[in-house]
Design a protein around this ligand. Structure first.
Ligand SMILES: C[S@@+](CC[C@H](N)C(=O)[O-])C[C@H]1O[C@@H](n2cnc3c(N)ncnc32)[C@H](O)[C@@H]1O
Length: 499
């Protein structure tokens, strides 16, 4: 602890005393009552606002710097980048409206609400976190410092109301009283936020955590005004070298509570080491570093929309799998090593195909099936009696044309059937990689990757990776429409075949 106070880096402390990072983390959480990375942080404010800030326009959000304006710092372990609540607040609320963050932590959302003229109520189960959040939110904003954030008019500053509370139970908040929820829960028990506080959701393992989060989702649905949004940041985790789709599972708990999905944003992480030792290990042990989180933006439907389902049928009658040969880049300098593949626009498809084939066919050959909306020469893959392959690559290029709900259902069914029929043709330990993407129907997101993960629960298949693929220029300022983000990412669902 003395070394920590002196500011010695964790790595050095670890080497000097022969202790792990986890051990240091536990020691600090026990002695300080909260999980912080640095014991002395200067709270001198250099600037109140981010420089050159531009609102995000697509579904891939990527912030090279974590953001250190106002009192923001990386001091609280696992706090979110202030760019996230700033984008959410600007997009889904107006000055003077009431925002709720029930996982307050060090108060990042509360500070952003203060800076952007939103009222804020925030809770955390840990009194010490609330103390820290209060310190972070206690700065003065002079009227001349109020820059013109929205629409050219100055707004009033509201002091956030911060107190200890349990996100699962918010009886003091009235039904339909909140304009926006913006919160960042623990990711099950990956990081502990307290020493051992009862009700701290960071002590629950995945299934229990999801059960508790369904209570949070129900409270969220109750307190939010109809037609308004609830943004939640969540990441996946790994068990036995395979991904556990905590993100998709948490989305299910909010959908089950009655929410609809307005957007499904991918938040890229930048601190992933992919060179040297990591590159070699990634290839040797065939794993990718988790480099993305999900920011689903849920919406509580207006009462009038709760029962009406409208759908415009499009001209896609058939969804058919065809055997094909994908275009390939001849040679790659390096394979991708994280779960986010940002590929150049030129060669995008060739690089994607080459990365999939080189990493997952294991030299045992591969087959590709393309799903198209209609195909005259439908090929039945099951009649093909070739020797077993290391990889089946299922691609769905037609999805970029935004098909209808019934086409999606048919597509999902067909993918499931195709995978089932072809399992025996893949070598044990081989892979099935499914390329898919989210689509928008009637203004809401149809999360096809999540739905496939929900459906593909065969004993012989083990989800290995969820990869996000996007283009280098994906975040240019073009927008789908005034309200919606442009869908700028696809997914590769990588399943390992085990018999
Ligand atoms: C990921 S952190 C939030 C970080 C925050 N966004 C920030 O930027 O500082 C999750 C927080 O949830 C809190 N928490 C855990 N269980 C809780 C519960 N039942 N109710 C309210 N807060 C809880 C933890 O103490 C922790 O501060």
């Amino acid at each position: 602890m003395q070394e920590k106070v002196r500011g010695t880096p964790d790595l050095e402390i670890g080497q000097k005393y022969g202790v792990t990072f986890r051990y240091i983390e536990r020691l600090i959480t026990r002695s300080q009552g909260l999980n912080i990375s640095v014991l002395r942080v200067s709270k001198r404010i250099k600037t109140l606002y981010p420089k050159d800030f531009k609102q995000e326009r697509t579904t891939v959000w990527s912030f090279k710097q974590r953001g250190n304006w106002a009192t923001h710092s990386g001091e609280y372990r696992g706090n979110w980048s202030p760019y996230i609540p700033r984008n959410v607040l600007l997009k889904y609320s107006k000055p003077g409206e009431l925002v709720l963050d029930y996982f307050c932590g060090a108060g990042t959302t509360a500070v952003e609400c203060k800076l952007l003229g939103r009222k804020c109520i925030a809770f955390d189960i840990n009194d010490r976190a609330i103390e820290l959040a209060k310190r972070n939110a206690s700065f003065s904003v002079e009227s001349q410092q109020l820059i013109l954030v929205e629409g050219g008019s100055h707004f009033k500053v509201y002091e956030p109301e911060l107190s200890v509370g349990d996100a699962r139970n918010l009886p003091f908040l009235q039904d339909n009283s909140i304009d926006l929820i913006c919160a960042h829960p623990p990711y099950a028990n990956i990081i502990h936020y307290t020493d051992s506080k009862e009700s701290d959701l960071s002590f629950f393992d995945i299934d229990e955590f999801l059960k508790e989060m369904s209570k949070v989702a129900k409270e969220s649905f109750r307190v939010l005004k109809p037609g308004r949004q609830c943004a939640i940041l969540i990441g996946d985790t790994r068990r036995k070298k395979h991904v556990v789709s905590l993100g998709f599972k948490l989305i299910n708990t909010y959908l089950d509570a009655g929410f609809k999905l307005r957007e499904l944003v991918i938040k890229r992480q930048h601190n992933c080491k992919t060179t040297g030792f990591w590159y070699a290990s990634s290839i040797k042990y065939n794993f990718l570093l988790l480099a993305h989180e999900y920011l689903p933006i849920f919406e509580k439907p207006e009462a009038s929309l709760l029962s009406s389902v409208k759908e415009v049928e499009m001209a896609y009658g058939l969804v058919a799998p065809t055997l094909g040969k994908p275009p390939l880049k001849r040679k790659l300098d390096e394979l991708e090593t994280t779960t986010v593949w940002v590929l150049p626009e030129k060669d995008f498809e060739k690089r994607l195909n080459k990365n999939v084939i080189d990493r997952y066919s294991g030299g045992d050959g591969y087959s590709t099936i393309d799903f198209s909306s209609y195909s005259e020469n439908e090929t039945s893959f099951s009649k093909n009696r070739e020797k077993k392959k290391g990889l089946l690559f299922v691609r769905s290029p037609f999805l970029s044309n935004n098909p209808s709900q019934s086409t999606n259902d048919l597509y999902l069914q067909k993918v499931k059937e195709t995978v089932g029929q072809n399992l025996t043709k893949i070598t044990e330990g081989g892979f099935i990689v499914i390329q898919t993407q989210d689509v928008r129907i009637d203004g809401y997101i149809e999360p096809l990757a999540k739905r496939l993960v929900d459906m593909l629960t065969l004993d012989d298949l083990w989800l290995k990776e969820i990869i996000v693929v996007t283009q280098e220029k994906a975040n240019s300022n073009t927008q789908n429409s005034r309200d919606c983000l442009r869908i700028a990412h696809q997914y590769l669902l990588v399943y390992e075949v085990r018999k």
